[in-house]
Design a binder for this molecule. Structure first.
Ligand code: ADP
Ligand code: MG
Length: 290
């Protein structure tokens, strides 16, 4: 069902709530809220508006994907949410505080397309590192036990001693996810984390991430330009248009959890993906015309 357009011009599409059998139960209060967000960049004396009047709401325990054409501003929006980029205008709240405060309180875990592990350290030592720096996770033994637990959670209990060069791309991303989880953040913000992986590994990582989400109840904000990835993973998908980036639509995916290989073959999956594809094309055309 499509609700009337909001005053900010965003179409909200709400479908019948799926029967989430294992997924975290969302709370009615948004965990992340963004209103009237604009970001301008200045290059060589010329100011460009990259994000324009963005309104977004992510529920606690939700899984929201941001999709949009390359260069439309997805990473910039994620950076604002993660406190890495200051807004030019607008309000942003993460867990009831500013992103900078949420970072200070270690509520945000980040995962990027490149795992960016310390190449000379083992998977195990890479996961221990932040906990050792932060110093609030107990003694050496407690940190080691937690790192081992996290590596088991991401399915790497057998590879703890391997260096990054001895791990596949998917395994390196699992280490990066374990490292992001080490400080026990409330939200994982992920910027195209599977973008550098081959198609099959990418689908395996999607299965893994859904399982992890269901087990940990973390809020996840996931940037991707893959429509199928967004539909498979997300409870909510936010479609961004380019030039300057704005939100075209927020859609709730009408697929129940748990999701698996069969989900890709359902009519709901095909219809949602086709709808998103059309909206993305519209957004792309609008960007070229502006
Ligand atoms: N620090 C910056 N200074 C100037 N322009 C930037 C900066 N960061 C990003 N941009 C521009 O903002 C736009 C959006 O970039 P980005 O958020 O990386 O897009 P996406 O992640 O959707 O591919 C691009 O045109 C990019 O060149
Ligand atoms: Mg990007």
């Amino acid at each position: 069902m499509t609700s009337p357009d909001r005053p900010d011009g965003v179409t909200t599409v709400r479908t019948t709530a799926p029967a989430h059998t294992q997924a975290p139960v969302p709370s009615p209060q948004p965990y992340i809220s963004v209103s009237g967000l604009c970001v301008d960049f200045e290059t060589q004396g010329h100011v460009t508006r990259v994000l324009n009047d963005i309104h977004l709401s992510v529920e606690r325990g939700g899984f929201t994907s941001l999709v949009g054409p390359s260069g439309c501003g997805k990473s910039t929006l994620l950076k604002v949410l993660a406190g890495l980029q200051a807004p030019t205008l607008g309000r942003v709240s993460v867990g009831g505080m500013t992103p900078a405060e949420a970072v200070r309180q270690r509520r945000i875990g980040l995962v990027f397309q490149e795992a960016a592990l310390m190449p000379w350290k083992s998977a195990f030592d890479n996961v221990c590192l932040l906990m050792e720096i932060v110093g609030t996770f107990g003694d050496k033994e407690a940190i080691r036990a937690r790192a081992l637990e996290l590596l088991n959670i991401v399915g790497l209990g057998h590879a703890v001693d391997r260096k990054p060069s001895q791990l596949s791309g998917g395994m390196r991303q699992r280490v990066a996810i374990a490292r992001a989880l080490a400080l026990d953040p409330e939200v994982l913000m992920m910027d195209e984390p599977f973008g550098a992986l081959d198609a099959i590994t990418r689908e395996e990582m999607s299965d893994f991430l859904l399982d992890l989400w269901q087990r940990t109840g973390k809020t996840i904000v996931f940037v991707t330009h893959s429509i199928d990835e967004a539909v498979f993973l997300s409870r909510d998908v936010t479609v961004m248009a380019t030039g300057p980036a704005r939100i075209l639509e927020c859609l709730t995916v009408p697929l129940a959890y748990p999701r698996n290989e069969d989900s890709y073959a359902t009519q709901a999956f095909a219809q949602t993906a086709s709808h998103l594809r059309k909206r993305l094309k519209e957004g792309h055309r609008a960007g070229r015309a502006s």
